[in-house]
Write a protein that binds this ligand. Structure first.
Ligand code: 5AD
Ligand code: SF4
Length: 473
């Protein structure tokens, strides 16, 4: 008998990938995925802890399940991911009807936990060790992944896939929970990564996005020698069927000449680099313990410009971090104006329990000031992005078509023209009128118009068609 599972995923690409793995695993245990909690026997919430708002949203979604559980006590509810690792027992206290709490390093144990509940053992918790619970190697071992289980039906599109090359983070930026929730940095072995990439190519995947919290710090040591990200890209480049390779997220200090030259020399590597700056002020960067100055960041940026002059660079910024003055904030504005990022994700600082900033620094920027700075920085970012996108009007770009855009999804299934969306090699979003069959194709699109987030174009007609008709006639 098939059992039913509903899974809701929030947060970063790591969580999207984790959910894919969880579903692949559960399918092997006889489960089928359904679209609504009402249809499901097993309800899973894969959660994020990066900011308080993300957690509160999850707690409020969980709160709504209180009645559901009262009416259907047989339904099982599981909280997975970073919030499970961070809050542990607190989740059972705040939502006593939850059956399972499973950290991101323990997701492989889910089928066993379900069996335990079914055998009457009561609610279950599986979390990894905290950083202070043992030696680095012991803690690292408790953060496991089970990546080779791939399920194309759970991916946003079947021809694009994430591939984890690194788990955890050792940078310990003072504001960030990730080194606690995802544990010590560990590079997966190149042979595992390559075999997974080959599986993905066989499943029809054309674009692979390599994932790591600081993906360019990737390193794997073995008797056969050390492998870094550049070495890994060289090996992945050989795989037939894969047309594009991207990697996120980068740490500014590890953006080496060797990596950039590799990206330049391997045509499948996208000239797209997400390298979060977080702030344009040295004083703030120091309190964040980011390990670089604005001068260092600019040096790295100029290296990118020299080696990859056509690369698109994107960034993350936190506004309203502890002690951030108006002057500090203006330096973030200036950094965006100097680097002209393709896009930036801008976040208001949110205190996270267990971090150095929470313990030692005062969250002294008022909420309204954070909101105003967020708004101002976004306006500057949107302006530079719009100006740069407008320069592409009149050009032809190569687009990997992902599927109907939000607007296209609303079209009738039989509609002649459907708005489709895809991305350029540089990760720019392009929409155009086309048809659903184009999903997964690489098309030449002429750019007619541009906004800060999107290029609007039309597929270039192949002129040979009319010659063909004449020849036949
Ligand atoms: N508050 C706000 N933003 C944060 N980020 C990480 N931790 C916090 C926090 N405590 C942002 C950083 C990071 C992105 C994924 O989330 O900009 O790059
Ligand atoms: Fe968090 Fe810093 Fe690690 Fe990124 S590099 S995951 S911001 S600690």
């Amino acid at each position: 008998m098939t059992k039913t599972v509903y899974i809701k995923t929030v947060g970063c690409q790591m969580n999207v990938l984790d959910s894919e793995m969880v579903v692949a695993d559960l399918k092997r245990h006889g489960y089928r995925v359904v679209d609504t909690p009402a249809e499901a026997e097993l309800l899973l919430y894969n959660t994020c802890s990066i900011r308080e708002q993300a957690e509160e949203k999850t707690y409020s979604a969980l709160g709504k399940l209180r009645d559901t559980k009262a009416r259907h006590p047989d339904k099982k509810i599981g909280v997975l991911g970073c919030m499970a690792q961070k809050d542990q027992e607190v989740i059972f206290r705040r939502a006593p009807f939850v059956d399972m709490v499973v950290g991101p390093g323990q997701l492989h144990s889910l089928p066993q936990l379900i069996t335990n509940i079914d055998s009457g053992e009561g609610r279950q918790m599986a979390v990894s060790l905290a950083r202070t619970d043992g030696k680095q190697a012991t803690v690292a071992r408790s953060h496991e992944t089970f990546d080779p289980l791939r399920d194309p039906s759970m991916r946003p599109t079947p021809f694009q896939a994430y591939l984890r090359i690194q788990i955890g983070c050792d940078k310990f930026c003072t504001y960030c929970v990730v080194p606690n929730t995802r544990g010590p940095e560990q590079g997966r072995s190149p042979s595992e990564i390559l075999s997974e990439a080959r599986t993905l190519a066989e499943q029809g995947c054309r674009e692979i996005v390599l994932l790591g919290q600081t993906v360019n710090s990737y390193r794997h040591r073995s008797e056969a020698g050390d492998t870094d990200l550049a070495g890994l890209l060289e090996q992945l480049h050989e795989i037939e069927g894969i047309d594009r390779l991207k990697f996120v997220t980068n740490y500014p200090k590890d953006m080496t000449e060797r990596l950039l030259v590799t990206v330049r020399d391997l045509p499948k590597c996208s000239p797209y680099l997400h390298v979060p700056a977080q702030s344009g002020s040295d004083a703030v960067l120091k309190r964040m313990k980011r390990g670089y100055t604005v001068g260092d960041y600019m040096e790295m940026f100029e290296r990118i410009e020299r080696i990859l002059p056509n690369a698109a660079v994107s960034s993350d910024f936190i506004v309203g971090f502890c002690g951030e003055t108006d002057e500090d904030f203006q330096k973030s504005v200036q950094l965006i104006e100097r680097c002209r990022f393709k896009n930036s994700f801008i976040f208001q600082y949110s205190v996270r329990g267990g971090t150095k900033a929470a313990e030692r620094l005062e969250d002294d920027v008022p909420r309204e000031v954070k909101a105003a700075r967020n708004h101002e920085l976004l306006e500057v970012q949107n302006r530079v992005a719009r100006e740069d996108n407008e320069k592409l009007v009149g050009e032809t770009v190569e687009v990997l078509v992902e599927g109907p855009s939000k607007k296209g999804e609303k079209s009738e299934p039989e509609a002649a023209a459907v708005q489709m969306t895809g991305r350029t090699h540089c990760d720019r979003i392009v929409v155009f009128d086309g048809n659903r069959r184009q999903a997964g194709q690489m098309l030449e699109v002429h750019v007619d118009d541009a906004s800060s987030h999107t290029l609007i174009g039309r597929v270039r007609t192949v002129e040979l068609v009319s010659i063909g008709i004449e020849a036949n006639g």
